[in-house]
Design a protein around this ligand. Structure first.
Ligand code: SF4
Length: 64
């Protein structure tokens, strides 16, 4: 399993992560990314990595 580190100060709320992996990422009422799962199961790992790469401000980091 992998974990996601979020730099909330960098997040600009574009939502690309949510589009790529809606099971994993959402946006809160302030338009800041929130991680919906405390741990990412293996079957979502590839999409989570794609979502991380999609972030234009590099606010997401994967930690295994
Ligand atoms: S793609 Fe990056 S900037 Fe956009 S909502 Fe996700 S974490 Fe925030």
């Amino acid at each position: 399993m992998v974990h996601i580190e979020v730099d909330e100060a960098r997040c600009d709320g574009f939502g690309f992560c949510e589009q790529a992996a809606p099971e994993v990422f959402g946006l809160d009422d302030d338009g800041v990314v929130t991680v919906l799962l405390p741990e990412i199961p293996a079957e979502l790992a590839a999409r989570t990595e794609a979502a991380t790469r999609a972030c234009p401000v590099a606010a997401l980091r994967i930690r295994s």
